[in-house]
Design a protein around this ligand. Structure first.
Ligand code: PEP
Ligand code: MN
Length: 300
């Protein structure tokens, strides 16, 4: 690793890739995030109704998603917008999980809700607005659930990695980093997708990284391209908003894909999966790391 990066990220020593540190594989139900499979997490921005969630869950599963996303506790920019169904939303996620076998990722916004959300979620999501809420990070880490940590919208990579370090410091190594776009001078898109940030994270940290093309773009037309860019930059997966009828969605409809558009996105990713397997061969990386570990062992 470049010396300048080592210095810049010196406050997050345990998240940095080292000669003898293997890449972290985060166990989620029956697979790993960070392994050879590109992990697609898909579902509505917010859990709205049983029929909305069930239809979406069944659809994204048959299209190849492994994780169902859906917010029950919603951080909204407007205090007057829908704030989520709370516990009822979690129960619906639990039912969809049962019915489809998908794992569930859902946001926790407050320390007091960690135990409740952890009852229903396979992965706890920490939202962009809470990335630097260390009290929440500590409580979420101690739940023992894997954590999907979203990059703050004005967070540098160093800030982002410091937050990941807080989770590791609290006894939880199962952290998935999520690039969801950052604020820049550009206003034509909701945020600016930092694909270079994904490539950099894959260079400097052993943690898996997923792309969120939906919140980065803010416009459904751009989501498939950003998903492909994320994969090409080295992401281990993508988290994508999907809704049966995006124009009627209670939140983030303008960036949500309908079922046909999600299928088209998955089909368009397919050829890149082969490229990914060949170019970013996870097996090869693991062999390389294992070889490194064997050398380190032999040297002792
Ligand atoms: C979300 O995933 O719906 C969400 C609110 O994301 P972010 O925290 O990245 O804005
Ligand atoms: Mn959203």
């Amino acid at each position: 690793m470049r010396e300048s990066w080592r210095q810049q990220f010196a406050e997050s020593p345990d998240v940095l890739l080292g000669a003898s540190r293997r890449r972290t594989l985060v166990p989620v139900r029956d697979f790993f995030v960070g392994g050879d499979e590109f992990a697609v997490m898909a579902g509505p921005c917010s859990v709205e109704t049983e029929s909305q969630l069930m239809a979406t869950a069944h659809h994204v599963r048959q299209a190849g998603a492994r994780v169902l996303r859906g917010g029950a506790f919603k951080p909204r920019s407007s205090p007057y917008a829908f704030q989520g169904l709370g516990r009822e939303g979690l129960k619906l996620l639990g039912r969809a999980r049962e019915a489809t076998g998908l794992a569930v990722v859902t946001e926790v916004m407050s320390e007091v809700d960690v135990a409740l959300v952890a009852e229903y979620a396979d992965i706890l999501q920490i939202g962009s607005r809470n990335m630097e809420n260390y009290a929440l990070l500590e409580a979420a880490a101690r739940s023992g659930r894997p954590i999907l940590l979203k990059r703050g919208m004005v967070a540098t990579i160093a800030d982002f990695l410091r937050s990941a370090q807080v989770i590791l410091d609290n006894g939880n190594r199962n952290v998935i980093l999520c690039e969801r776009g950052i604020r820049t001078f550009e206003t034509a898109m909701r945020n600016t997708f930092d694909a270079a940030g994904i490539a950099l994270l894959k260079q400097v940290t052993h943690l898996p990284v997923v792309a969120d093309p939906s919140h980065a773009a803010g416009a459904r037309e751009l989501v498939p391209a950003l998903a492909r860019i994320g994969m090409a930059a080295g992401a281990d997966g993508a988290i994508v908003e999907v809704h049966p009828d995006p124009d009627q969605a209670w939140s983030d409809g303008e960036q949500s894909l309908d079922f046909a558009a999600f299928d088209a996105m998955m089909n368009a990713l397919e050829p890149w999966m082969e490229w990914r397997a060949a170019e970013l061969n996870v097996e090869k990386l693991e062999q390389h790391e294992l070889a490194g570990l064997r050398l380190a062992g032999a040297a002792q």
